[in-house]
Design a protein around this ligand. Sequence first.
Ligand code: HT7
Ligand code: ZN
Length: 872
Amino acid sequence: PSVIYLKDYEAPAFLVEQTDLRFELEEEQTLVRSQVRYSRNPGCVSRQRPLVLDGHESLELQRLSIDGEVLSAQDYRREGEQLVIPDLPDSFTLECVTRIEPQNNTALEGLYKSDGMFCTQCEAEGFRRITFYQDRPDVMGLFETTIVADKQRYPVLLSNGNLVDGGDEEGGKHWVRWQDPFPKPAYLFALVGGDLEYVEDRYTTCSGRQIALKIFAEAKDLDKLEYAMTSLKQSMQWDEQVYGREYDLDIFMIVAVDFFNMGAMENKGLNIFNTSCVLAHPKTTVDTGFQRVEGVVAHEYFHNWSGNRVTCRDWFQLSLKEGFTVFRDAEFSADMNSRTVKRIEDVTLLRTAQFAEDAGPMAHPVRPASFIEISNFYTLTVYEKGCEVVRMLRTLLGAETFRKGSDLYFDRHDGQAVTTDDFVQAMADASGRDMSRFKLWYSQSGTPQLSISGEYDAEHQRYTLHMHQSCPASADMATKQPFLIPVAVGLLDPQGGEIPLNDGATTEVLELIAAEQSFVFENIPVEPIPSLLRDFSAPVKLQFPYSSEQLVFLMQHDSDGFNRWDAAQQLAVGIMSGLIGDYQQGRELRLEPALIRAYEQVLSNQGLDKAMVAKVLTLPTEAYLSELAEEIDVDAIYSVRRFVRETIAAALAPVFLQVYHDNNLVEEYSPDAASVARRSLKNLALAYLMATGKEDYLMLAQQQFDEADNMTDSQAALTLIVHSEHRQAASVVLESFYQRWQNESLVVNQWLGVQASDPTAGALMRVQALLEHPAYDSTNPNKIRALIAVFCAQNILNFHNSDGSGYRFLADQIIVLNTQNPQIASRLLTPLTRWRKYPAERSALMKAELERISVSGNLSRDVFEVLSKSLA
Ligand code: HT7
Ligand code: ZN
């Protein structure tokens, strides 16, 4: 497979004015007729260039004609995945008929069937599996789509834009025609055909236009759409208020499908969603599921401006739409719920998974410079780090100027396909600042390390922060230039008060631009304790020589909620790192009382937000400890975390019991922030109680399992019982849960996930048995994720079993999935790609499995790219 480079970008030889598509959907085949009006791109220097169309090998070309004249085989050539037509006039209409088999499309790219329903996924390069086309985001045109299908089986036929015509045909068929008045690239095309029902609502925009809102799903799921509808209306209002963006079409549709490679897709006017990101009901969905629905609905809706109206010039610019849209949805969720808790969750993801990606073999900048398969670059770096980069822009410019910049960006580029440079330029123009150094965040990979030390000069009442930044070599880039790092800083006096800084404010954003730089604060009457990188103002690894006492002090007094939580994390990380060393040296484990005392204080502080308490009392995860480790000692990390949890549980059990009862209210379920917070604290308390291993608390968990009227409490209890040593109780609850929920596919996924993440011995055998269970379907990505991905990513003890059985299991699955669904296969590879971070024996076993996959034959581009980079 060849490598595609950003530096080789060339504008398309032809532009598209109009694309008319006609689909005849049948059981054995689908015929697609495309009529496309092309004209030479005046911006393209060479007038000799042929028309080069992308077309997947699975396309069966039935007819090709230009302005009505049928082409013969000599008039064009098929070269790999391209169709080349030379000697063309300056403008013409190309008609092309292809035959495809959506019913056999297991890759879930292009047109495929999900549970008997036709649907599409065209981003990034799925449209080329439908017809021959310039399948690139800088080719934008108007689409008209006609769909013909059996009326009984497929009563609902949808595409982008407005429904303009339709009727019945002979043989029990019907047809519809949709017109999209906005030019778009092919990746935003969508089609749905199925037996669906819908809920309907209306939204009146800020300019008084009435928008019809429809969410489609299978009839059995109709009662799970209300939350998504509410989230959609809130998103529409938020985007008007916060970004001045109004919806443009007269109708906005969402369709829920069960077979989907990712979360959802922002197709113009017709979003397609994984059921897991749109269906929500208290009986079947946990609190985090509700929050996910809210966030993903918002994310896809926000793409209508940040992605659809202004799109990407090429796929290297993916973060232009994704990073910005993640930032927009994160701010929306922060406004709807607890801002600090949302920030903690996002930073946790970034620091565990994105930092690991930056340190691994697939490291790449937010704007990658090359790729083999673009699907491999829908990554945490492009999405989450890309979001952080946009956040830094806002931090540096201030909210008001940032808004001016986004207005300028949308106005200047509406209807265009642009680059991340264009985005930063709009911010530079709006602020009058030169942002060239800032752009290194887009072009350099790796996580910068920031070391800070403080120096107090009592005589001159001066406090100086000395900063040093560096960025280690990444797999794709050896040396880096210093970044522009916004460091938000506050200074606390010994009583915990905020000391006014240079401009009188209590937080100042320092701009670090050099490798070494010092910042001086005048008129500081006492030696302060600095609160650094407030609200995680930059995606860096920070080091400051805090003592345990200082961290406890910050936990209690920092006015920045994020840093209060982070102080607790750093305290726990420090203590646990020491214990990991003790474990490795064979020393007895002993937990110093600082952590227990600090936790007890947090628990007894009635004034604190309960969600924050739950976050503060959650120990650093195994994944985070693994990311921090030079070499990952799975047994040490697991054992130490367990020891710390059990020791805290034993010491504070009465307090946890009180917290449990105080928060176990009889009330109607609501996913609002306060109720979610209460449940999270209650279930955290139950988890600590269960960690004591006492029968009494098992009974409490069983009682919660039996009596819960919502899935959050039910699943929390199920997980705690299944993950405990009470094996008999575990099988009872598992069986009862399955009996009750076997007809709810998403709940069954939770049931699979609970078993896959079960740390007790023998989990792999149980996972293997579940592969044969009627609830499992090896062609459904949600099932694959629930069972295989959860086992390999979350069950560290069993996946990393020293006999290599976990690695072998994963490799076997990947070899099968490689041909069936390459995108999923390639994503599943991630845990094995980190083989270099494990001690020699495990590392060798992991590498051997990667090598076994690499010689298994017929590797997809997706799997090939990840494998070759991992083994390089
Ligand atoms: N923009 C969407 C990308 C997406 C996707 C990419 C590759 C393969 C399958 C996919 N499904 C959706 C998702 C988003 O809104 O970010
Ligand atoms: Zn997106």
